[in-house]
Design a protein around this ligand. Structure first.
Ligand code: ADP
Ligand code: MG
Length: 399
């Protein structure tokens, strides 16, 4: 992993002004924050800087105001929720640069915290405009990036600032980078990857990258159907991208050339209707799917084999459920394999890292999220990292 500075590398910051990029893109309903997970993720960094005596200015985006002031997307709405989670008073500043910010800094005492306005109210944010970067930086002494979830974007406050101010990774960013490095950067071998979910087309680059990196690639969900069909299996009415047969075969060929074993289910759970507990539910061999049936989960024999694969591995990276887990009983394969992974992690034989919106819900549903070594909640950034891409926000911290 390329080297980046952390809060451990800060000298005396008493009275110094810190610009801290965090993720405050919080779920809201009628002006009220409904889930403070992202605030809790940023809290250790904010409180540590505050305790060290810095004046802490939080920078974040909210929604997609596209460079205009949109009053319903002002970050003033999250101040109460942030105060509650931090247990500290937080000032709101309706600008991100200029004299209003400078005056506010004059009022703040060492250790005080302020939230600046939604960075996306300014067009220069998403354009990474050097003038805006300079104007924001002018009020500060150093920059901390604690928003891994925004690190796949080269914006003024996620990337630009790191080039003009002394830049540090916050605690949450640091934990994410260390976990991801253990999973794919510098993993203990053998490595298994589970890639599931609805469509191959949404994860082509992930698959292409992983087959060259891992020892076992476990393909599940709707995307397994595309691979099965490409191998000549009749998948009936299953969700399947028949036009991607050539691509699927190409990926299988790269896997073979790279010594990666690809696992596809050989028994499956099928039904005629896309519904929970359907009357036509049955389990069969992949070669026995009828023309009017669809595959909605991996079968019990496949899951047992996959569990045995994980037992031989030291590292697991997981994105995408093995079946249509929102409907019972098509959650069974995902839940069973997740429990095996959690147990192996608890025993200390497996490092397990998972990410993706539906994956996190599926692991919560299985009741094992806290047993994985690391769960990333950074949707887009996590996937780009699984594609092997360098994230601009991370690269800028190491420059
Ligand atoms: P993530 O958000 O973790 O990246 P995806 O969005 O790629 O995951 O995929 C999750 C979706 O895939 C879920 O809504 C799930 O119901 C669907 N899915 C999984 N297996 C199947 C299947 N066999 N048929 C239809 N949909 C499926
Ligand atoms: Mg999803």
């Amino acid at each position: 992993m390329s080297a980046f500075k952390t809060l451990d590398d800060l000298g005396d910051v008493t009275g110094k002004v810190a610009l801290v990029r965090v993720d405050l893109n919080l779920p809201m309903q009628e002006g009220t924050v409904t889930d403070d997970t992202r605030i809790r993720a940023a809290a250790p960094t904010i409180l540590e800087l505050s305790e060290k005596g810095a004046k802490v200015l939080l920078l974040a985006h909210f929604g997609r105001p596209k460079g205009e002031r949109v009053s319903t997307q002002s970050l003033s709405m999250v101040v109460g929720a942030v105060e509650k989670t931090l247990g500290k008073e937080v000032m709101f500043v309706p600008e991100i640069a200029g004299p209003v910010v400078a005056q506010s800094i004059g009022i703040l005492r060492a250790g005080d915290i302020a939230i600046l306005e939604n960075t996306r109210f300014w067009k220069g944010e998403e354009k990474n405009d050097p003038e805006l970067v300079k104007a924001i930086a002018a009020n500060a002494d150093f920059y901390v990036n604690d928003a891994f979830s925004a690190a796949h974007r080269a914006h003024a406050t996620t990337e630009g600032l790191a080039h003009v101010l002394p830049a540090y990774a916050g605690r949450s960013m640091q934990a994410e980078l260390e976990a991801l490095d253990k999973a794919l950067g510098n993993p203990e071998k053998p490595v298994a990857a589970v890639v599931g979910g609805a469509k191959v087309s949404s994860k082509l680059d992930v698959l292409k990258h992983l087959v060259k990196q891992v020892d076992h690639l476990i393909i599940g969900g709707g995307m397994a159907n595309t691979f099965l069909a490409a191998k000549g299996v009749d998948v009936g009415k299953s969700l399947c991208e028949h036009d991607l047969a050539d691509t699927a075969n190409e990926i299988l060929a790269i896997a073979e050339a790279s010594g990666c074993t690809v696992h596809l289910p050989y028994d499956v759970v099928v039904s005629k209707e896309f519904a929970a507990n359907p009357p036509s539910l049955r389990t069969c061999n992949v070669h026995e799917v009828a023309a009017d049936e669809m595959i909605l989960d991996a079968g019990p024999n496949a899951v047992e084999t996959l569990g045995d694969v994980l037992k031989t591995c030291r590292t697991l990276v997981w994105n995408g459920p093995l079946g249509a887990f929102e409907m019972v009983p098509f959650d069974a394969a995902t839940v069973a394999l997740a429990k095996t992974a959690a147990a192996l992690t608890a025993e200390g034989s497996l490092v397990s890292v998972a990410g993706g919106g539906d994956t996190v819900s599926a692991l919560n549903h299985a009741g094992v999220a806290q047993d994985f070594s690391y769960i990333s909640t950074a949707g887009g950034a996590f996937l780009e990292w699984m594609e092997g891409k360098e994230l601009p926000g991370v690269a800028a911290l190491s420059a």
